[in-house]
Design a protein around this ligand. Structure first.
Ligand SMILES: [Zn+2]
Ligand SMILES: [Zn+2]
Ligand SMILES: [Zn+2]
Length: 84
């Protein structure tokens, strides 16, 4: 295979796979949860993390009781209560 990891000698068919793999050695966390911005080193970690966001609304507005499963939407909603 044309792409070989210089750190552990593992080889890959595609340059992209090697790139993703090499992040494991550098300690970077390439997988980001879009819901809460938490980062993960491995895809399976992100996948199991995602289950906490599914079917489970963890952000509730204390002003009107509306609930959200994404912090992003919750933050947007909270702006509507901000009176300047
Ligand atoms: Zn490697
Ligand atoms: Zn998350
Ligand atoms: Zn509200």
């Amino acid at each position: 295979m044309p792409f070989t990891c210089e750190t552990c000698g593992k080889s890959f068919k595609r340059g992209m796979s090697l790139k993703v793999h090499s992040l494991q050695h550098s300690g970077e966390k390439p997988f980001k949860c879009e819901n809460c911005n938490e980062r993960f080193q491995y895809k399976y970690q992100l996948r199991s993390h995602m289950s906490i966001h599914i079917g489970h609304k963890q952000f509730m507005c204390q002003w009107c009781g509306k609930d959200f499963n994404m912090k992003q939407y919750f933050d947007e909603h909270m702006k509507t209560h901000t009176v300047l």
